[in-house]
Design a protein around this ligand. Structure first.
Ligand code: GP9
Ligand code: MN
Length: 632
């Protein structure tokens, strides 16, 4: 009956298929996947996308003649539905979307296999309703539902479908700038470009890195190894070697905290009173730089655990999550450590679930390990105070010695904070972002203070060492005007920009005094420094950083965009500055002191070489050809 009337209204089958498939996909997105919708724009994109994608696909059928057109639509709906359905079953088990590497990863598939039956619901049959409708219509009424367009009309349909999708993409770009370049979360991708385009994107990404991997054969390693030996290996032993042997490591990454707030005030109030005091009892590095790029928090995680550079574009956590690494948790495992990460966000964000396992973490306390409700969350999720508080019980239950990393969340752009959580007033400038930054930084500082108290009470403090750092900048160049006002500078120069990439770095060893260290240092140095404090020599490791407590031959810190900071110079965008005074001493483009020698050039060459060596290791997955601990 229904089918007959559908065939009578003479709606071309490819349009009907698009509508039905669009509705179905929307229902699955909206009500079956647990996709979080934060605003109207996201709601709109999520609604438009299923239709845009379905139309793009089914419109291909108009290029075929009657019978093949019907066949295309039949099998198209069936295959499309199966892809949607497999993702749904996978999602019910893993709260995540299928990726190509995961699909071929034995363990995941096996996990799914055993519980597959429980993941299939009888009502799922409804998802195949449109397949049945299209199937019957295409067989019985093919004469009245197929179309026979001339070339011009076909081209119009094709253009319309592409335009439709472009529109979707533009909206997604507005909602999440640089969505495809940054690839931060599968959920975001699916939410913005849809499941099917996400799969296409995933296949493309995967093939690209596979190709680079295939072309590498390990011949690249000896050069890299000798470079590292010569330039970035700490040969001297430090007086602190082994000082924290077998101690627990409590590693805290402070979201978006930059050094300029340390020992500074806003409206006459200290911004970070707890950290300022902590400096007295810690090794505090005042010239410590973040070296992250598009992968933001995940890039800093990559740096600190591997002492390699993140990639110039994309997040290595995403693009090379399956590579061979020799990360801190893996090394520590050989010395009896149990490693875990605590972070109250969705586990697939930055592909952490996959990457952590690969880096050797034993446990990931993510969103679902925490009680999160309206009251204890703001902005990106669980507030830092509650996050730390809820983490203590897990920390106490861990086998010792442990390496436990905590990542805070509240001080994340756009720096939202409720009034009752704000202990200091906002700044007053033309940048709302910078204004709001100070109270949220203060909130995180207080959360850290509380955490220290709780650790002392619970007995976890004494036998641990603390590493605390900022993950990356929080205030971007967009706020330079407000920033220059705050810092009382005329304007923010390229030199200032580099200096603003400093983030706090503390090593706090209970019972030890510590001191302020002014040497130039960076996130790349964290791994070798930490391992040596724990008394681990690890001679065969390939790291681009060095032990900060040993005399070193490494004389620069490279930022990921090719800028660098050395003992004497700061280099950025073809400009060479004196590090002490900030004075411009050489600039290629402006011809400043054109005849002066470019003092930065020799270091710049080294920086480029080093960055490219690190990239080669990642792109070629070169560690699969290298045997770590050869003399074990
Ligand atoms: C997300 C959190 C923030 O889990 O780490 O990520 P960011 O945007 O800073 O990279
Ligand atoms: Mn971050």
């Amino acid at each position: 009956m229904l089918l007959r009337s559908l065939s009578r209204i003479q709606l071309p089958l490819y349009i009907l298929a698009s509508i039905l498939f669009g509705i179905k996909t929307y229902v699955v997105y909206r009500f079956m996947f647990n996709i979080s919708i934060e605003n109207v724009m996201q709601e709109l994109i999520l609604f438009i996308n299923p239709f845009a994608s379905a139309f793009l696909f089914f419109a291909i059928s108009v290029w075929f003649k009657n019978r093949r057109q019907m066949k295309f639509l039949r099998y198209g709906t069936l295959i499309g539905t199966l892809i949607l359905y497999f993702n749904l079953v996978f999602y019910r088990n893993f709260t995540d979307f299928i990726t190509i590497p995961v699909l071929f990863q034995g363990s995941n598939a096996a996990d799914l296999g055993s519980s597959a039956l429980a993941l299939i619901h009888l009502s799922d049959l409804l998802l195949f309703l449109d397949v049945a409708i299209i199937w019957i219509l295409s067989k019985r009424y093919d004469g009245s539902v197929s179309v026979n367009y001339n070339k011009r009309n076909r081209a119009i349909v094709l253009s319309a479908s592409i335009l439709f999708l472009l529109g979707n993409y533009v909206l997604a770009e507005i909602e999440r700038p640089q969505l495809l370049q940054r690839t931060f979360d599968r959920e975001y991708l699916v939410k913005n470009i849809g499941l099917f385009n996400y799969h296409i994107y995933d296949v493309a990404l995967h093939s690209k890195s596979k190709a680079q991997r295939v072309l590498a054969d390990g011949n690249e390693m000896p050069d890299i190894q000798s470079y590292v030996d010569e330039n970035a290996t700490s040969k001297e032993e430090s007086e602190l070697f082994g000082i924290a042997k077998n101690k627990n490591v409590i590693f805290i990454s402070l979201e978006s905290v930059q050094s300029f707030v340390i020992n500074n005030t806003v409206n006459g109030e200290e911004v970070t009173p707890f950290m300022n005091d902590l400096i007295e009892e810690s090794y505090y590095f005042e010239n410590f730089y973040h070296q992250t790029e598009q992968g933001k928090t995940s890039d800093h995680e990559f740096l600190i655990d591997n002492s390699m550079y993140p990639l110039p574009r994309g997040a290595v956590f995403f693009t090379h999550g399956q590579n061979e690494f020799n990360a801190t948790p893996e090394i520590l495992k050989e010395h009896g450590y149990y490693s875990s990460v605590f972070h109250a966000n969705n586990k697939s964000f930055w592909n952490r679930d996959v990457m952590y396992e690969n880096l050797g973490y034993d446990q990931f306390y993510e969103e679902s390990a925490y009680e999160i409700n309206e009251e204890n969350s703001i902005g990106w999720g669980l507030k830092d105070k509650s996050f730390f508080e809820q983490s203590v019980k897990y920390l106490q239950s861990l086998p010792e010695p442990y390496y436990s990393r905590f990542i805070t969340l509240t001080n994340h752009y756009p720096f939202e904070l409720s009034e009752e959580d704000a202990s200091i007033d906002q700044y007053n400038s033309n940048s709302r972002t910078l204004n709001q930054y100070f109270p949220t930084v203060r909130y995180t500082d207080e959360a850290l203070e509380q955490f220290f108290e709780q650790l002392k009470e619970s007995g976890e403090y004494e036998n641990s060492i603390f590493v605390i750092l900022g993950d990356h900048y929080g205030i971007s160049d967009f706020h330079n005007k407000a920033m220059s006002m705050y810092l009382d500078k005329e304007k923010i120069t390229a030199y200032d920009h580099v200096q603003l990439q400093r983030v706090p770095f503390f090593i706090h060893i209970p019972g030890q005094e510590g001191r302020v260290i002014s040497d130039v240092a960076g996130q790349i140095d964290v791994k070798p420094t930490l391992l040596r404090l724990l008394g681990i020599e690890n001679e065969d490791d390939i790291t681009f950083g060095t032990d900060l407590f040993a005399a070193n031959n490494k004389d620069f810190i490279a930022l990921r965009d090719g800028s660098f900071i050395s003992e004497d110079y700061v280099y950025s965008k073809d400009q060479c500055f004196d590090r002490e005074s900030g004075e411009l001493i050489y600039a290629k483009t402006t011809g400043v002191e054109d005849d002066a020698e470019n003092a930065c050039q020799p270091i710049k060459e080294k920086v480029d070489k080093e960055l490219s060596y690190s990239d080669q290791i990642i792109y070629g997955d070169l560690f699969r050809f290298y045997k770590f601990n050869a003399n074990d």
